[in-house]
Design a protein around this ligand. Structure first.
Ligand SMILES: [Zn+2]
Length: 90
């Protein structure tokens, strides 16, 4: 192996290597929890109404009186569509 070969060898294995393409730094944008998930434990006064296609103030109505907590129904104040239920004490 002559000096020239060594130089070629080195350039191929070191200098010839392309720098790893830099990826644009991703902005860690946390996805907002879906409305469906928020339903699990919410005490919101605004909920997404599928009919109005937007979050509207909701009316809380008790649906069922249960021994371990009552069941509440939330309906859109604008159109009256039921947008969710919640089980809770009180
Ligand atoms: Zn509505």
């Amino acid at each position: 192996m002559g000096e020239e070969d060594i130089r070629k060898y080195l350039s191929r294995h070191t200098g010839g290597a392309k720098p790893a393409p830099k990826r644009p730094a991703r902005i860690a944008r946390r996805a907002r929890p879906q409305q469906q998930e928020a339903f699990k434990d919410f005490s919101a006064t605004h909920l997404y109404c599928p009919k109005c296609k937007q979050a509207n103030p909701v009316r809380e109505n008790i649906m069922l009186y249960l021994s371990d907590g009552n069941l509440f129904n939330y309906s859109c104040e604008i159109c009256g569509t039921s947008v969710g239920t919640r089980k809770g004490g009180g």
